[in-house]
Design a protein around this ligand. Sequence first.
Ligand SMILES: Cc1cc2nc3c(=O)[nH]c(=O)nc-3n(C[C@H](O)[C@H](O)[C@H](O)COP(=O)(O)OP(=O)(O)OC[C@H]3O[C@@H](n4cnc5c(N)ncnc54)[C@H](O)[C@@H]3O)c2cc1C
Length: 240
Amino acid sequence: MLNIKEVVTKIADIHAYSENLRVFGLTLPEGSGFSFVPGQFVMVSLPGLADANGRKIAKAYSIASSPSQSDLLELCIVSYPAGALSPKLFQKNIGDEVVVTGPYGVFQLKQPVLPGTVFIAGGTGIAPLMSMLRSLYSEGYDHQLQLFYSVGEPKLFLFKEELLSYEKNSNLQLVVSTSNHNESWQWEKGRVTETFPKHAAEISKDAQFYICGPPIMVTDTVKMLEQLGFKKENIHKEQW
Ligand SMILES: Cc1cc2nc3c(=O)[nH]c(=O)nc-3n(C[C@H](O)[C@H](O)[C@H](O)COP(=O)(O)OP(=O)(O)OC[C@H]3O[C@@H](n4cnc5c(N)ncnc54)[C@H](O)[C@@H]3O)c2cc1C
């Protein structure tokens, strides 16, 4: 049983993929007892940050790190200029405090994870799926898995080196794509709804699907999977 905890973390790492997309590494204090299951999210707030009525501002962010890294939480965050939290978070630096509460959420892997399970991510929707994949591979999972990952533009291919190493060494079939490709883009072109049908024949009709991304992408992907004859009850999703 997981306990909801509020912990004060410190920013240990910031990887800026673009002006408005960053991956934050947060260090959990020693002995925090914070634990989670891959796929879950935390509510993030900043010390003293409140709305006009004095209520704490907190927003949900999926955890991208694996529970096996017990002292770290990694979050992939898009900043919206008018946002109540994200621009304030982007003003923070290494060593600054960030408050997280959690874990929350039921977007989790069904056990056992069957060979041929398919993961589908759009943009920062890679976060909870990354946690699932990292956790599986850290436990030595060696059956084939597939990841369809659609990115907004080439530089937003998050966790590129790590995912390519899973493709090379860990039996991950990676289909990464973007509609905004440039000359150096060496992977597939288009959205998931364009790339997936080319591979659909290789996928078992009993496969389990884990989908995460923007609402429109998730809706279109689920519709496509159902039209292709995949089972509704095997489709698990998270969106924001
Ligand atoms: C379960 C769950 C998990 C989530 N995980 C992540 C995650 O891993 N990474 C992540 O970046 N976000 C994630 N989100 C979304 C996140 O919680 C916030 O909603 C988001 O960061 C905006 O918060 P804000 O305070 O900056 O902006 P807000 O104050 O909520 O919004 C202010 C303005 O920003 C713009 N805006 C806000 N959200 C969007 C959007 N999605 N698309 C376009 N414009 C928008 C709108 O113009 C809005 O009026 C998740 C949400 C949920 C429910």
